[in-house]
Design a protein around this ligand. Structure first.
Ligand code: ADP
Ligand code: C5P
Ligand code: MG
Length: 219
């Protein structure tokens, strides 16, 4: 009986070790910057050139808002219009699920660009609580851009985006949230030497040339 149990365990152990060694820990780059700084645009270009998966917290929240039967639809809708940051319990679950689904489909896809997160202290604490030890944050890619350029780009985007927050009223609130809540997060990462800043006020290709230099160096 004992021998049979031992043999069965011996057969299982190597298989378990093999499986663990194949599952890579997610490697994460947080992508931050003001509304309209060009985060989504640059992430799309990174995805074309590197093996990263782009997860935009804003896109995930908008999808959850539109999902039939979502208990958070109305809350998300009002937070987005008001330019406020949705409670992290909602956002972190969406991010975690998207990461897990991506890696389940293809174990090679363990590099993530997490765009628009963490945007405030609550986001950061939620990440640390849920993802601590489960993912490595390599660095923060910060698209630095004046408020005026950000607003002008969002107003231009608003002509066709259909977004409920690409209007002057919401944008004023979004800029305030960015200045009051997100900048301090970037500063915290700065103190840890984790921020890679790009001047995002230039043309798309010029910005991307700098992004490439950073990614090629970071590996
Ligand atoms: P974010 O994700 O940071 O809010 P987006 O990538 O959606 O920003 O860009 C906001 C708007 O500005 C879009 O309409 C986009 O086409 C445009 N845009 C993005 N990057 C640039 C750039 N470097 N120069 C001019 N317009 C840009
Ligand atoms: O990044 P994006 O511009 O798509 O975000 C749109 C809105 O989604 C934000 O203004 C905010 O209301 C919400 N959001 C959030 N928490 C995040 C990211 C986005 O509440 N981490
Ligand atoms: Mg975006």
């Amino acid at each position: 009986m004992l021998l049979r149990a031992f043999c069965s365990l011996a057969r299982k152990v190597p298989r378990t070790v093999y499986r663990v060694s194949l599952a890579m820990k997610p490697q994460v780059v947080f992508v931050l910057g003001g509304p309209g700084a060009g985060k989504g645009t640059q992430c799309a270009k990174i995805v074309e050139n590197y093996s990263y998966t782009h997860l935009s917290a804003g896109d995930l929240l908008r999808a959850e808002r539109g999902r039939d039967g979502s208990e958070f639809g109305q809350l998300i809708d009002s937070y987005i219009k008001e330019g406020k940051i949705v409670p992290v319990e909602i956002t972190i679950n969406l991010l975690k699920k998207a990461m897990e689904e991506t890696m389940q489909l293809d174990k090679e896809r363990f590099r993530f660009l997490i765009d628009g997160f963490p945007r405030n202290q609550d986001n950061m604490e939620g990440w640390n609580k849920v993802m601590d030890g489960k993912a490595d944050v390599k660095f923060v890619l910060f698209f630095d851009c004046s408020n005026k350029v950000c607003i002008d780009r969002c107003l231009e985007r608003g002509k066709s985006s259909g977004r409920t927050d690409d209007n002057r009223e919401s944008l004023e609130k979004r800029i305030q949230t960015y200045l009051q809540s997100t900048r301090p997060i970037i500063e915290q990462y700065e103190k840890e030497g984790k921020v890679r800043t790009v001047d995002a006020s230039r043309g798309v290709d010029e910005v991307f040339a700098d992004v490439k230099t950073i990614l090629d160096k970071e590996g």
